[in-house]
Design a binder for this molecule. Structure first.
Ligand code: URA
Length: 214
């Protein structure tokens, strides 16, 4: 991404995104609807996160003429899902970019230090040559997102973006302080975190809502 043109934090205020997000926030929304809406919003957020991808041209024959037509150039994409809730966004992202590669990053919280510890990491080997879009629906304390991006950088990723559905102002601030080179794309920045680290007004636990667990 060209640093002179990219925005550090993008709130996607498109009416379709905002409408779908409102239905997702409603506690009466079923698990099936929540999952479908998350998939749909993910494609729209990815559309924004990929807005500045470089284009080149290729010569093609339409049924009527030869033309120089735009086509994606440059680095290929990797979607990096932060487990488990990141997987809910992954499907919609792959709807938009079916050829993207996928990485998975698993983290748990150490009960004593309360810090995230990586228990799983699997990604394509050529991360340094790819645009990496890391995803997790909720940027709350930002602990997992910060650790996941650190893990991706340690494995060579250089051009990284972060996509989430909802963010807390505290999470955005911490994330940007830790990774100022990683732009954030989100559907909304809510009011604040509560004492349990949940985003308010938020939508509850994104993983529980998409998988029907509790
Ligand atoms: N994770 C969630 O799923 N929801 C929140 O509000 C915060 C973190």
């Amino acid at each position: 991404m060209d640093a002179s043109t990219r925005r550090d934090v993008t709130v996607v205020d498109h009416p379709m995104v905002q409408h779908k997000l409102t239905i997702m926030r409603d506690k009466a929304t079923s698990t099936a609807s929540f999952r479908r809406l998350l998939r749909e919003i993910a494609a729209l957020l990815t559309y924004e996160a990929t807005r500045d991808l470089e284009l080149t041209t290729t010569t093609i024959e339409t049924p009527l003429a030869t033309m120089e037509a735009p086509t994606l150039a440059g680095k290929k994409l990797v979607f990096a899902s932060i487990l488990r809730a990141g997987n809910g966004l992954l499907e919609g992202m792959l709807d938009l970019v079916p050829a993207a590669r996928v990485a998975h990053v698993g983290l748990y919280r150490d009960p004593e230090t309360l810090q995230p510890v990586e228990y799983y990491f699997k990604a394509p080997e050529d991360l340094h040559e790819r645009v990496v879009i890391a995803v997790d629906p909720m940027l709350a304390t930002a602990n997992s997102a910060i650790a996941a991006i650190r893990g991706l950088k340690e494995r060579g990723a250089k051009d990284i973006r972060f996509v989430c559905l909802l963010a807390a102002p505290e999470g955005v601030e911490r994330f940007r302080a830790a990774h100022p080179d990683v732009p954030v794309v989100t559907a909304a920045i809510d009011s604040h975190l509560n004492e349990h680290g949940y985003i308010l007004p938020g939508l509850g636990d994104a993983g529980d809502r998409m998988y029907g667990t509790k």
